[in-house]
Write a protein that binds this ligand. Structure first.
Ligand code: CO
Ligand code: ZN
Length: 336
């Protein structure tokens, strides 16, 4: 799976500009899906199987897009100022490299701060593509870029830009490939514009009208020096979401996922995240409401150019999903 992950994280697809990544995913899944289409927003939707017996119509979602930058002003000397697509933290930027959709690459510089107490903001930052002046600058206003960095394979751990959420994309691709028999009608949605407000998942959920929704995305961990106060750690298994900033997972679905992990002997953790959310929250409140949950991959340094996950967590997330989706799902009504 590492080759697939490498291809995905080294391609570029900031919110609204996911076509390269979408093409890549399409190539990977075309032999495994019963039906493939791209919707008006650009989300790629793959159907596998039809409803049999007590099966359900299930929407799975992982987002194609990553956080990015948009050129907003170019000065006389050819330095590019930018606005952001999604949650780009200014402190993660200086010294980093970016790549525009056109292939132009550059480095992010930072102005001299007035005092050491000053926090770096986006206004302090600029992109230097080596241009001598404005006329010489190969980037035009409105062009879009993403962090640029090769994947780092550390054995059990992998670090790269856009692990959020290409790791979820890789997990859904692998799950789709491995599922043989299922009572369910499964829709694998590779959604767009998650980082700017869950936009693609919302419209896809409206179209598909699912009976159950499950997102696969990253979550934070509490296992780094002075990290957030969180129980989730790298390497202790995929995390079953209890809540995040915008969603309470359906308790019946939590129970079902926990039971499935226990029965299959797979490690798992329970995730309680204070801020941030996933496609699952958009699915949950689409139309008249959908029971929804999320399987999260524990990830350090989220929204930096070097997001880190544990490869075992990734593989165990695939195993859990294949197991859950291959079997009937009974949501215990008494627990609702
Ligand atoms: Co994100
Ligand atoms: Zn994400």
């Amino acid at each position: 799976m590492k080759n697939l992950i490498k291809k995905l994280v080294e391609s570029i697809g900031p919110s609204g500009y996911e076509s390269d990544v979408r093409r890549l995913v399409q190539e990977e899944i075309t032999d495994f899906a019963d039906e493939l289409r791209t919707d008006a927003m650009g989300s790629l939707i793959a159907r596998k199987g039809t409803k049999k017996g007590n099966g359900m119509r299930i929407m799975l979602s992982a987002h194609l897009d990553e956080i990015g930058l948009v050129a907003s002003h170019i000065d006389e000397k050819g330095f590019i100022r930018f606005s952001t697509l999604g949650g780009v933290y200014p402190r993660n930027c200086p010294g980093g490299r970016v790549r525009f959709m056109s292939g132009v690459e550059g480095v992010i510089g930072v102005e001299r701060l007035e005092s050491s107490e000053h926090n770096i903001t986006i206004e302090h930052l600029y992109i230097d593509v080596g241009a001598a002046n404005r006329e010489d600058c190969p980037v035009k206003i409105g062009e879009v870029a993403a962090f640029h960095r090769p994947m780092l394979d550390l054995g059990n751990r992998i670090a790269a830009k856009s692990i959020d959420d290409r790791i979820g994309v890789a997990i859904l691709i692998e799950t789709l490939r491995q599922i043989k028999e299922s009572p369910h009608e499964l829709y694998f949605v590779f959604s767009v514009q998650e980082e700017v407000g869950l936009r693609g998942a919302g419209t896809a959920a409206y179209a598909l009208d699912p009976e159950l929704g499950l997102a696969v995305d990253v979550t934070l961990t509490g296992d780094t020096p002075k990290g957030p106060k969180m129980e989730v750690s790298l390497g202790k298994g995929p995390a079953i979401k209890i809540r995040d900033g915008r969603m309470l997972s359906d308790p019946r679905l939590i129970q079902h996922l926990v039971q499935a992990a226990q029965n299959a002997g797979l490690p798992y953790q329970l995730e309680i995240l204070e801020g941030g959310t996933t496609d699952a929250s958009a699915i949950q409140i689409s139309r008249a409401g959908v029971p929804a949950g999320c399987i999260s991959v524990p990830c350090r340094y989220v929204h930096s150019p070097s997001e880190m996950v544990d490869y075992n967590d990734v593989q165990n997330a695939v195993k859990l999903l294949v197991n859950v989706l291959s079997n009937p799902i009974q949501l215990d009504k008494s627990a609702a």
